[in-house]
Design a protein around this ligand. Structure first.
Ligand code: MG
Ligand code: MG
Length: 256
């Protein structure tokens, strides 16, 4: 069942989305060569609790950390660890909150120090594909319109889209209906209606689309070992245009 949200629910989801966005910016301020991904996890947990919220991922389906931190060829669901970030890495940080019974969920892929032109282009393309998808999140459209917008853009640049993981509705549960794949066909899939709130989250690989599961049962890695990027925003479907509840503004303000 796909829920249509009341104004009150949308404002609770907006509060969560804003807290996640600010947490990602706080994590981003600390991303530099030498910091471990576990240290970033501790920073995020303290920051979320400091706002009176709870980490949305911690314990979710047994996930043992506040953040999913996925470096280079890890697509998503990486465990924070003692790995020290180094110059030239790209690091995807996925963050969730739970506050007043609702969830927030967003992700951003950061550059560690100076990165190659090739990696910079992958990040830009993935982020742009997310905004292209958001542009199709309008009442009367279809979930397949979003997937098609993401897929056709990234494939036109020679990248590939992960099939095994998809975006989703969000509300009093982190993952709700509908599924929002990053591939699809225009005019197909669930019809989008005003009041639906969804997370759009392209996972884009520099090489092949295929992935495999890490030995810990969580991490998802690219089959060819090439890099992968992940950007996610929470979007309320409204008229006349979608309202993007989370934002990268806090992150990107720090990068200027
Ligand atoms: Mg997420
Ligand atoms: Mg998500």
């Amino acid at each position: 069942m796909i829920k249509l949200r009341t104004e009150e629910e949308i404002s609770l989801l907006r509060e969560n989305a804003q807290m996640v966005s600010k947490t990602l910016a706080e994590v981003g301020r600390h991303i530099a060569p030498g910091i471990t991904t576990k240290e970033l996890d501790v920073i995020a947990e303290k920051y979320i609790r400091g706002m009176g919220a709870e980490p949305g991922f911690l314990g979710y389906g047994g996930f043992p950390y506040t953040l999913c931190i996925s470096v280079n060829d890890t697509v998503v669901h990486g465990f924070p660890s003692d790995y020290k970030l180094k110059e030239g890495d790209i690091v995807s940080v996925d963050c969730g909150t739970r506050y007043r019974g609702y969830y927030g969920d967003s992700a951003y892929t950061f550059a560690v120090g100076r990165i190659s032109e090739e990696d910079r282009a992958l990040l830009e393309a993935t982020k742009t594909s997310l905004y292209r998808g958001i542009g199709k999140a309008v009442p009367g459209g279809r979930v397949g319109d979003i997937g098609d917008a993401v897929q056709s853009y990234v494939e036109s640049l020679g990248y590939s889209v992960v099939r095994e993981l998809v975006g989703h509705g969000i509300g009093a549960n982190m993952h709700e209906s509908p599924e929002v794949p990053n591939y699809g066909r225009k005019g197909h899939g669930v019809k989008l209606r005003e009041g639906m709130v969804i997370c759009i989250e392209p996972m884009v690989n520099a090489g092949v689309k295929d992935v495999y599961l890490a030995d810990n049962g969580w991490g998802v890695l690219t089959a060819d070992g090439r890099k992968s990027a992940h950007f996610e925003l929470t979007v309320a479907i409204r008229r006349p245009v979608p309202e993007v509840l989370s934002t990268f503004e806090y992150i990107e303000k720090n990068q200027q």
